[in-house]
Structures are given as C-alpha cells and as structure tokens.
Ligand binder design. Sequence first.
Ligand code: HEM
Length: 502
Amino acid sequence: MAGKRNPAQNQLENYFKEKGNLGIVTTSTGEPIAYKDASVTVGKKGPIVLSDWELLDELSHFNRERIPERVVHAKGGGAFGYFQVTTDITKYTEAKVFSKVNKKTEMAVRFSRVAGEHGAADTPRDLHGFAMKFYTDDGIWDLVGNNTPIFFIRDPILFPHFIHTQKRNPVTNLRDPTMVWDFFSLRPETTHQVLWLYSDRGIPDGFRHMDGFGSHTFSLINKDQKVTYCKFHFKTDQEIKNLDPKIATQLAGSNPDYYIEDLYNAIANGDYPSWTMYIQVMTPEQAANSSVDPFDLTKTWSKKTYPLMEVGKFVLNRNATNYFAEIEQLAFNPSSFVPGINGSPDRMLQGRIFAYHDSHIYRLGANYAQLPVNCPFKVNNFQRDGKATINNKGGAPNYHPNSFGGPNSDLKLKRYQNFQYVEGKIGQYDTIDEDNFSQATDFYKRVLKEDERQRLVNNIVDDLGGAAKKVQDRAVENFKKVDLEFANKVRDGLKRKATVNV
Ligand code: HEM
C-alpha cells in the first residue's frame, strides 16, 4: 500500500493548485513564443539555422545554470524564520537585535556538511554548519557557526590544508583516511574536535536535532562602549538525536537528502523547529586572568565559571520559494557585524573575516550583496557597476566627499574596531605546543558516558583502520595524552581490525 505523500513530494501539485495556468511561455527577453517543441530547421530533415534565437537562448542559459559550489559546506539546506528576545541583555550590548524583550528579527538559516560536495549524501560523519543571518535594523548580522563549540585548528593558515585532507586524494579521487589522520596526528590541537566528531554527535539525526554554536569568542559592546566577551549557543528544542552509523550508511544510499527532506517537510507541515539562544559572558579582566586562552577556538569556556544565560529563541517557519535563489545564493560573512557586536582577538575569526567575502565574489560575483536574500536593506555607498548589478543607485553621487548630499558619515557613531589594544613583535608563532589535551581528556572522561566512550573508540577504529600504519601509531601516541586506557583501546581495536582484514 502506498504511504501518505509528504509536502516535498506534493510540491508541484500544490504549486499548480495555487497558481494555476501560467500563461504564454516567453524568451529570456520576454518575447512570447509560438511553438516550444521544435527547433527551427531547413525542411523536415535539414539542419538547424543559426538564427533560431529561442534555441540559442535555451542552450546558452542552460550552460550557465551551475555556479561554483561552496569550497566547503557545499551540501546543505536552509529556511527562514525569526529570532525573538526573551531576556534583556542591553547591559552588555546595544545591538538592536537585542534592544528589548519580545523584539522579533527576521532570519535566514543554512545548515550544511563541511566536507561533502554539493550532491553528497547528508548522513556521513562530518561537522555540520549552522549559519545564521539576522536581518537587523542596523544591517546584516551573520553568525556563521557549526554544530560544535570548538574547531580543529587555531591558526587560519592551516585551514586550506586541513580541508584538503577532508576532501579527495588528488590521485585516487577518493576520501583518504591516511591524509585525514596524518593531519590530525601531526597537529595535536585537532584532538578535542576529533573526539567530538567521532562521538555520537558526529552523525546527527537531521538538522533539527542538533545544537548550534557561534563557536568563536565575540565582543558585545554596550551604549557606554563597555566591552564584554561572549560565546553564543543555540540549543535545539527538538532534542538532540543522533544516528547509528549503520543506519546512517544505509540512508546515504536510500535517501541521500534525508536532512533536507526532514527540514522541508517539518516546516511545510507547520511543525516549526526552534532553537533557544544562550550566551556565556566574560569580562576583559577575566579574559586577561583566565588560565584557558578564551580566544582559542579549540577550547570551550567552563560553564561553571561562565554559566549559560538564556537570551531568546529562533523559529524556522518558512521554506524557500526557490532553493537556488534563496538558499544557494545565501552568502554569510563572519565580517558582517552590527553596532553592539564585534570580533575578538580570535585568529581563526580574523582569517574568516577575509575568506568569506572573497569566496562570495568568486562564487556569486561582485554584486552578491545586492541579492535580495543577502541584503533586503537600502544600502548607501559609492560602490557601482560590476557584473549583474541590481541596485546601481541611480543618479546619486558615486564619489566622496561631494557637495550633493553625500551620503556622509556621522562622528556620533562609534568605531568598534578601536576597542582592542595590542602590541608585540611581528613574527610567526606556531601554537602546536599549547595545551592540546586537557579539554579532550575532560570530554573523554567526564562528558562521555561509558557506552559513549566505547562507541567513540569503535568509530575511530573504523576510520583510522584505513590509514597507513605509521599514521595509526602516531594517532595512538597522541591519544595516550588524552587517556592511556583510551589509547590502548584504540590500539587493540586497530590490531583486531588488522587481523580481520588479513
Ligand atoms: C563556509 C572558509 C572556519 C563555518 C565557508 C566558505 C569558506 C570558508 C571560503 C565558503 C563560503 C561560501 O562560498 O559561501 C573558512 C576559513 C576558515 C573557516 C578560511 C578558518 C580560517 C570555519 C569555522 C566555522 C565555519 C571555524 C564554524 C565555527 C562555516 C559555515 C559555512 C562555511 C557554516 C557555510 C555557510 C553557508 O551555509 O553558506 N568557510 N571557514 N568555518 N564555513 Fe568556514
């Protein structure tokens, strides 16, 4: 017996019910077309003529349908909704998004997988992107996080190398565990994130069942220019749920878009997913005296010392009306701050402040910010022209200063970049010798329960077992610095796997 059809399966029928007949088909320049089912040819069997503009129009546009996929996080899904404040935090920030309790701000959110390409399955083990765009009264605030509070590295110069190891081996064109574990074991600061990734949370049961994190340390700035450092957390109101790796593998074959389908249908059925926002705050004095570097992205802040404070909630209640236009063309920028929220000395964040804008210019073009999903606001500046400009600002002056109405700056507005003071000798300071293990140990011994620890070992053995022997040995040596018993279990598991494989 056929099951009930879900909203995703009924999309075309629903569209037809709503819109009905769409009228006469046209060319891309709007000319009505008399006959759409045949090219213009010389006689019934002869060749096509070059003046068949309708055919040329179809073929040339089709050739340009694909744009470069995101270099990372290419596979993903998203939706729209709103954020609503539940607690007054104006003593920390003057950001308008937090200006009063109950205030609502429109949002776009895109969830993704880090390593998979655009057409990859949703369910292989991976970190997941959790990118949020807040359309605030003062412009766009993008909080481009993941479903984990930490990351593999703490210096952006390593990012392209780390990502190469997560993608395909250039010769075999296959994912290569030797590359993956070679990098992990040579850069021990990855250990904390590696343990997290190979734990149960490495395969969430859909986007709706995972938490999100801003991950970096940010600054909140209040109306008196007082700075407070802050971490953002988003706890799923749908409960955390993870997939058994065997089921995840089956789903990768039977329903590779499992996460996207789940999100679309939940929203279409009115079962709107939501996440509760919390912050952790730290004063600059606490930061200066902290035993853990508060700007190191491989580390979390203690929840005992810096407790979670509920701030608000976001709800996703609207699917895209066109996925390419509204989700694929979303461009998130960790550099998009608003008055009241800014960066911090976190170097990874600084690297990202360059990377995303640069990537968007390549992926979507110089005028990507004019696309309606990226900026529905009136923008007042002197940028003009470029490919596919939508709003070229008519006859407004395109130079500054001018005597014809500006737009002009306003000294009353504060420059938020001025709040940080730094000094030091310019040089290259490798962070490999910093504390790479204490929080990994804590995660293994205190956060995970016994059965979770065993599954972590199994998951690591499964993947590490495919790496070269010397890489396996180095990984086990690193794990000894997390916990000796853990390292021994991994070593024994690898031995058993090697015996089975022989
Ligand atoms: C996407 C670079 C670290 C989360 C991207 C993209 C680039 C990039 C170039 C593609 C952007 C696009 O074409 O739309 C980097 C660099 C990093 C870094 C250079 C380190 C220095 C991180 C970290 C996180 C993160 C630490 C999370 C805490 C994301 C997310 C997306 C993304 C969620 C997808 C955004 C979307 O849905 O459009 N990254 N990334 N990245 N990155 Fe990063």
